[in-house]
Design a protein. Structure first.
Length: 587
């Protein structure tokens, strides 16, 4: 009993959540009202037509048909068609505007969600929320909402008229309604389960496609086409199975409605024919009965579809709401940062991912303004995580990061990040032109001279000027039309154009060949002049000239000092330096 009560409460909650979500999109009440009014008007006209048909059948002679009757019938049919068309268009307009508003809210939300959200949610599923789930909500409004209201009016109006015409035949006919419901309601519940599974499977399949196609070079380089084909094939087969289940239920609903309708027609025709022969009923009334019968049975099937779609929409709503209610980055609070030319204090910083091991443990050091601090250590020691904390992608689980005497969280997120230039190992690019990528994220207008100067200082003008379309060259998805060194130089040009006070270089030359490394290193030297610089480096050339080196091992600092100091006092650093020197000699 308690479980049933909980389920009922949950369903009510789902319905309220769905209603509130739609209400928040602020749909046009006027358009929705006019659309429903038109649908109801169409239904009311359809309720009058059987009565008109009854009179036509009962007094059918050529002499009895007047021009006025023909005109009236024609006007009724034309008005019904126009009202129906207008209703469909207006409901589509309302539905599309609701979906556009939902997608706008979701897109705005997705852009301000923290990096940690994307660590825990697959991209394909997130895309599915934006496309498939919002589409389900639209389908309910555009395809099923009017049929639900008009169906109720059609059934009530038809039953009331039939009771007026012949209550005995009406009661005989109404026995079929509860029988139909007994069949249709369980099928509707089954349809809901299938539809929910289908939505989840579609999201999963979207994830697979997104993952494979975005890393198609890795797939091909690894000869993984057969493996990925099997993964995709499993998804396709699962979708096929759900589609078949849905088809089976629909295959039951359609014929069952037809069967009930045919049985009722035979009963009404037989029983009605008998009553016509005794004079209790006229032939016209019998024809009207049959027409009203159709207007009662057909909405029953539409009700099943409506409630199935409603359940799907409520399921989609849960997922949309869970995204909209996720914690987001706080872009509003704090004060603007005017000058970042102050020391950065990493003060006893500890960090662990959710339900994970500690990545950084009691890390403390000071970064002097205008100086270079190199972060060195084996893979997995927490170097990139430290950079993520400085960028405020995550919050430390212990300790603070301060700029001067103020925690960096005191400053607005946008003003803090505007002072930082980040050049990573991969130097990601967006699909678009070289110009788009160098100017990416810069809100002010950028002159051609500024653009070329940044490219020149990054040594990117050397290859850009050789391209047929120059700065308007398309770089391809994720910059795949360019080499690693070219992508890095565009990333450096972007950082130069931002003119940041704090510079973070995450192994910016580690994946390059010797020739590209020399050019990129020269560009980085231009970029580092007069800026507070933090460098994650594997290359000794970058480390030797650093003002300070911090050695990280398993999330803890095991050494701090200059290159010469650490060579004397830190065994692992000495080993690291010796290996690098040996590699340099071999090269």
């Amino acid at each position: 009993m308690e479980q049933t009560h909980t389920q009922t409460k949950t369903k009510t909650g789902n319905w309220r959540a769905f209603y509130e979500l739609i209400k928040q999109t602020n749909p046009s009440k006027l358009k929705l009202g006019v659309a429903l009014f038109m649908s109801i008007a169409t239904t009311l006209v359809s309720l009058v037509i059987p009565l008109f048909t009854r009179n036509l059948v009962d007094s059918f002679t050529l002499a009895s048909i007047t021009t006025g009757q023909i005109v009236l019938l024609a006007v009724a049919f034309i008005a019904q068609a126009i009202a129906g068309g207008l209703s469909i268009y207006l409901l589509n307009h309302v539905g599309q505007s609701i979906v556009a508003a939902l997608r706008d809210r979701l897109w705005k939300k997705l852009l301000v969600l923290p990096v940690s959200y994307y660590d825990n949610h697959r991209t394909g599923e997130t895309i599915s929320r934006m496309t498939n789930d919002t589409g389900v909500v639209k389908g309910l409004i555009t395809d099923h909402l009017s049929s639900f209201f008009t169906g109720i009016i059609s059934i009530i109006g038809s039953v009331a008229t039939l009771l007026y015409l012949d209550w005995q035949m009406t009661l005989t006919m109404l026995i079929a309604v509860p029988l139909s419901l007994l069949i249709l309601v369980p099928l509707g519940r089954q349809m809901y389960k299938i539809s929910k599974g289908l939505q989840d499977e579609t999201a999963s399949f979207t994830t697979i496609m997104n993952q494979v196609l975005s890393e198609i070079r890795l797939v091909k380089a690894s000869n993984a086409e057969p493996h990925e084909y099997q993964s995709g094939k499993r998804g396709i087969e699962n979708l096929f199975r759900f589609g078949l289940k849905e088809g089976r239920v629909q295959a039951l609903i359609g014929p069952l409605i037809s069967f009930v309708l045919m049985v009722l027609l035979v009963v009404i025709m037989g029983y009605g024919g008998m009553r016509v022969s005794t004079g209790a009923l006229t032939a016209g009334e019998l024809v009207a009965f049959i027409l009203y019968l159709v207007q009662i049975i057909m909405p029953l099937g539409q009700f099943t579809q409506f409630f199935t779609q409603l359940q799907k929409a409520m399921g989609a709503t849960e997922r949309i709401i869970s995204t909209l209610e996720a914690d987001e980055e706080d872009h509003a609070s704090g004060r603007p940062l005017e000058d970042a030319g102050l020391p950065i204090h990493i003060d006893r910083v500890t960090f662990a991912y959710e339900n994970g091991e500690t990545i950084l443990d009691d890390v403390s050091f000071r970064v002097e303004p205008g100086k270079v601090t190199a972060i060195v250590g084996p893979s997995g020691s927490g170097k990139t995580t430290l950079f993520s904390l400085i960028e405020r992608y995550y919050q430390p689980t212990g300790g603070t990061i301060r700029l001067g005497d103020s925690p960096i969280s005191d400053y607005t997120l946008s003003s803090w990040r505007s002072k930082i230039g980040y050049v990573s190992q991969e130097s990601p690019l967006i699909a678009g032109t070289i110009r788009d990528n160098i100017c990416y994220g810069i809100s002010r207008p950028v002159s051609e001279q500024e653009l070329r100067q940044a490219a020149s200082m990054a040594y990117a003008d050397q290859f850009i000027d050789e391209l047929p379309e120059g700065y308007d060259t398309q770089v391809g998805e994720r910059g795949m039309k360019l080499s690693g060194g070219q992508r890095q130089r565009i990333g450096i040009a972007r950082a130069l154009l931002r003119n940041p006070q704090i510079l973070m270089l995450d192994e910016a030359t580690s994946s390059l060949d010797s020739k590209s490394e020399i050019i990129v290193q020269q560009a980085l030297n231009n970029l580092m002049k007069g800026r507070t610089t933090l460098v994650i480096a594997h290359r000794l050339s970058t480390v030797v000239d650093a003002d300070q080196i911090v050695f990280l091992e398993k999330g803890r600092i095991t050494g701090k000092g200059t290159h010469e100091e650490l060579l004397e006092t830190h065994a692992m650093y000495r080993e690291f330096a010796t290996q690098q020197l040996r590699m340099k000699q071999e090269v």
